[in-house]
Design a protein around this ligand. Structure first.
Ligand code: PLP
Length: 376
């Protein structure tokens, strides 16, 4: 945080949207030792640190298989491919998500069928019921903002013949009852992009599954379509997890629950401060879900003005995301167009994400609240 004299001559303190410094400081020594070991061993791609991370993350999630890959988008692509989803296959997904969820379907040649979301920003199960058909081969359940999507209810609607893919990029450590996000569907994909709840020092991702067949296929696909060198049984790609990133992930995984607990405490403070304030709607948590607050998202009427003014006084609020995917130019050809998904479209004009990250101190948070409330 920096102290800055503003033009109005008041002394203010910036609060960024995200600051990884607190997390980095806790792991830096362990990471330096691990990097030295990897460099010494000349073992940069896959290798023992990657295997150790795959085992530890599988144990943490209580899922049978974790396969480390290059990033979260590849994880989604490889999860779809390994589950047999490809050209012409219809895949249902919520329109309010990060673009990568939809990109992955397009990249495997699938047919995208967007659905709307509910007031909790998660895929609307009734809308899903109306959208699924005999053509539907897969549904992607996105655990948006760190809340867990209703995978059991989705299963009840689509039955056992449709593949449920979880997009668990924003939900590391989140639980529904006694089960972890990433272990609820047939296959799951996650991202360890640095800003995620479990983040590497660069790009990284993983596929999780209870199926040995899917896991083996991802292991082959991530490494040029073969499990052994120069044996290429199908056309794969290069999407391997680096050993250096696995060192970082092993160090951070040990601290993930504590950091998520801090995020929940911050979310609780925001909600306590804002729940009774007119003009702002605070997020809800599904009963039985351990939300991990990748984002803390409020809704307000005059969002663009408030956001601009907050940013102008050094409060790093943001929007996740400014447009639902069906309104992005890249997806115009597969979109039913504006007006098709009124809930997501309305929310996109009203949502604002407040700073939330382990290490955000109470004073800084109080300043975010004070500056927001003053502008409503
Ligand atoms: C970050 C993210 C991804 C993509 O992950 P990358 O590692 O950036 O490729 C996919 N889906 C969601 C919901 C995400 O937040």
């Amino acid at each position: 945080m920096t102290t800055t004299a503003r033009s109005d001559a008041t002394l203010t303190t910036d609060v960024p949207m995200l600051d990884l410094g607190y997390q980095n400081r806790q792991v830096v020594d362990e990471v330096a030792e691990g990097f030295a070991r990897v460099i010494d061993a000349n073992e940069f791609i896959l290798g023992s640190d990657v295997s150790a991370f795959e085992r530890q993350y599988a144990a943490y999630l209580h899922v049978d298989h974790v396969v480390g890959v290059g990033n979260g988008t590849d994880a989604l692509v490889l999860a779809l491919r390994a589950a047999g989803i490809g050209r012409g296959d219809e895949v249902v997904l919520p329109t309010n998500t990060f673009v990568a969820t939809a990109e992955a379907v397009a990249l495997v040649g699938g047919v995208i069928r967007f659905v709307d979301c509910g007031p909790d920003y998660l895929l609307d199960v009734d809308a899903l019921g109306a959208a699924v058909s005999s053509e539907t081969r897969a549904v992607i359940a996105v655990h948006l903002y760190g809340q867990v999507a209703p995978v059991e209810r989705i299963r009840g609607i689509v039955g056992d013949d449709v593949v449920i893919v979880e997009d668990a990029a924003q939900s590391q450590g989140a639980r529904s009852g006694d089960r972890w996000a990433g272990a609820l569907g047939d296959v799951a994909a996650t991202s360890f992009y640095p800003g995620k709840n479990l983040g590497a020092f660069g790009d990284a991702g993983a596929v999780m599954t209870g199926s040995a067949a899917i896991a083996d296929r991802v292991r082959a696909l991530r490494n040029h379509g073969g499990l052994r060198k120069y044996e290429h049984t199908e056309i794969g790609t290069n999407s391997r997890l680096d050993s250096l990133q696995a060192v970082v992930l092993n160090a951070k995984l040990a601290r993930l629950d504590g950091w998520n607990q801090e995020r929940r405490a911050i979310a609780t403070r925001y909600t306590e401060a804002l729940a009774d304030v007119d003009g702002v709607t605070v997020p809800t948590t599904t009963p039985g879900v351990d939300h991990v607050f990748h984002q803390y998202v409020v809704e307000l009427d005059d969002r663009d003005r408030v956001l601009d003014e907050l940013n102008a006084v050094g409060i790093g609020a943001g929007i996740h995301y400014p447009a639902p995917v069906h309104l992005l130019p890249a997806f115009a050809e597969v979109s039913p167009g504006a007006g098709a998904f009124p809930v997501a479209e309305r929310q996109a004009g009203r949502i604002m994400s407040l700073p939330i990250y382990p290490g955000l101190d109470e004073g800084a948070q109080a300043r975010v609240v004070e500056q927001l409330v003053a502008r409503l």
